[in-house]
Design a protein around this ligand. Structure first.
Ligand SMILES: Cc1cc2nc3c(=O)[nH]c(=O)nc-3n(C[C@H](O)[C@H](O)[C@H](O)COP(=O)(O)OP(=O)(O)OC[C@H]3O[C@@H](n4cnc5c(N)ncnc54)[C@H](O)[C@@H]3O)c2cc1C
Length: 436
């Protein structure tokens, strides 16, 4: 798959997030040999969180990022910081694991939200964080599923979701499209790239040596790992692979054994021009983040400068659709016909790393390679938690990390070349299930 995803992303780089941050100058790429206790590959939430946590525990950490910090999903996403793993992911964990293990996984996801809020406070990360999140049923036949899920979350995890009838939805969203909703007071949203750059800054201040434009193309595993880049290498005791779907893009020798456990799914976003504050408040009075409960979700929220940010899982392959803006805009107008006069200022996208069962994929290869991937569209908060769990495991307490290593994952059939056709079929199946 080398280079394929990078090419596809090049087509769609007009990101509102990139346009609304001031990036620091890039750090120096890695030149020559260096020693570190841990080498982290990947400068998204998972890698940065792990590096930050390890450095706070006194480890000497080098972090290699192929592009810039936050270049991957962590700088492109919907900004929705949500508890849990989605109903599919939770279902998989509950089916496979004893009740106390499923409970521990759920608790870790709730802690993920607290960790994110703590880090925003501790490191003074200015990232427009707002609490409040809603899941909405877009059709009558989706209401019963939503109701069952809310009951399940309350009874099994004692999680305080609030049921919202159609007549009350206007308190949150000025749209006739939805039939009922579930309000979550703890989940919320933020500017994902500002948050990611804030983590990067905190990691540097904590002593992590960050090298941007430094793609790792090979990990030599014998005699203590050595992570190689084009112009240098890190000799270390342990390696963390946090490269998401891009890991194999820079060379096939990092960890071929985990590559086929995730599949890249394209999801795309648009940002309207800014509205005046009154109009924005009329559109979404409580400023919650929203997803519908289709299997292929639409998601939206207001930005701090009163744009409507609208995203949708649109492609059934790694290839972005040609008429991307029109397609997502059409979805936006189904929800908010009253936004038809707004210009679309930005459009961009990225890849979500889904696992077959939608539960996250954390694990070890041998004794000194750790990895975290497969967040299946729920990584904004949990990828950070996964990084913390790896740091705990490396510090000698793997009990919480091993909650997740118990989850079984299957490989997508067909390997790198044929995963996409399999996905096309799978996504059509989900789309049909949403419609019927
Ligand atoms: C458009 C979009 C919308 C989304 N919306 C949401 C949402 O609203 N809520 C939510 O919870 N989740 C959402 N997600 C998913 C979420 O963004 C991810 O789960 C999360 O960011 C994953 O973080 P990560 O650190 O694992 O990966 P990434 O952020 O992708 O970071 C991986 C990094 O590793 C680097 N890398 C890869 N290979 C190498 C290598 N060999 N050498 C050096 N560096 C390497 C890459 O350049 C990249 O920067 C969305 C994703 C997308 C794309």
């Amino acid at each position: 798959m080398s280079g394929l995803l990078l090419k596809e992303l090049g087509v769609i780089e007009n990101s509102y997030y990139e346009a609304s941050v001031h990036r620091p100058a890039p750090s120096q790429p890695l030149h020559g040999r260096m020693d570190a206790e841990v080498c982290v590959v990947g400068g998204g939430y998972a890698g940065l969180s792990c590096a930050l946590e390890l450095a706070a525990r006194g480890f000497h950490v080098a972090l290699l990022e192929a592009q810039r910090i936050g270049w991957g999903a962590s700088g492109r996403n919907g900004g929705q910081a949500i508890v849990g793993f989605g109903s599919e992911g939770e279902g998989a964990i509950e089916r496979q694991c004893p009740a106390e293990v499923a409970q521990a996984a759920w608790d870790a996801s709730v802690e993920g939200i607290r960790l994110l809020e703590q880090r925003i406070a501790t490191y003074g990360i200015s990232c427009d964080h707002v609490r409040g999140y809603m899941t909405l049923a877009p059709r009558p036949h989706k209401v019963e599923g939503l109701r069952r899920w809310v009951r399940h979350m309350r009874e099994r995890y004692d999680y305080p979701l609030e049921w919202v009838e159609r007549a009350q939805l206007g308190r949150h969203v000025a749209s006739d499209r939805f039939v009922a909703g579930a309000y979550d007071p703890h989940s919320g949203h933020l500017h994902p790239l500002k948050y990611c750059l804030g983590l990067g800054d905190a990691a540097r201040r904590q002593g992590v040596e960050v090298f941007e434009n430094s793609a790792a193309y090979r990990v030599e595993r014998d005699n203590g790992p050595v992570v190689k880049t084009a112009e240098g290498e890190v000799r270390c005791r342990q390696v963390v692979l946090a490269g998401n779907v891009y890991l194999g893009e820079f060379g096939d020798h990092l960890a071929p054994e985990i590559a086929a456990r995730i599949m890249p799914v394209g999801t795309y976003m648009i940002a309207t021009e800014p509205m005046d504050a009154q109009r924005a408040s009329a559109l979404m009075p409580s400023r919650v983040a929203v997803s519908d409960n289709n299997l292929i979700v639409d998601y939206f929220r207001l930005s701090a400068d009163n744009r409507l940010l609208f995203g949708a899982g649109e492609t059934f392959s790694a290839r972005p659709p040609g008429n991307l803006v029109q397609r997502i805009r059409a979805r936006m107008l189904q929800v908010f016909p009253q936004t038809a006069d707004l210009n679309i200022d930005y459009s961009w996208g990225g890849f979500v790393d889904i696992t077959m069962n939608r539960a996250p994929d954390l694990g070890r290869i041998g004794t000194n390679l750790y990895y975290a991937q497969g967040f299946s569209g729920h990584g904004l908060s949990f990828a950070g938690m996964a990084g913390k769990l790896i740091a705990e495991a490396m510090s000698g307490d793997a009990s919480r990390f091993d909650v997740f290593t118990r989850i079984r994952h299957h490989r997508f059939p067909g390997g790198a070349l044929f995963r996409t056709p399999a996905l096309v079929l799978g996504m059509w199946y989900y789309k049909l299930r949403d419609l019927l």
